[in-house]
Design a protein around this ligand. Sequence first.
Ligand SMILES: [Zn+2]
Length: 54
Amino acid sequence: MSDEQGADRHKDKALYEHYCDHSDCTKWGGLGFAAGKDEPRWFCFEHRPEWKGR
Ligand SMILES: [Zn+2]
């Protein structure tokens, strides 16, 4: 079970350390965009996609 816990911890870290998804951008991705069941993608304010929510 220890392996499984390690994986969970790694996953948690990935969730917290989300930088802008734009290539070459190292800014903090404070804006998360999730479409359906896809993994949420994170962008900084500059690179955020046009989000046309309903
Ligand atoms: Zn960016």
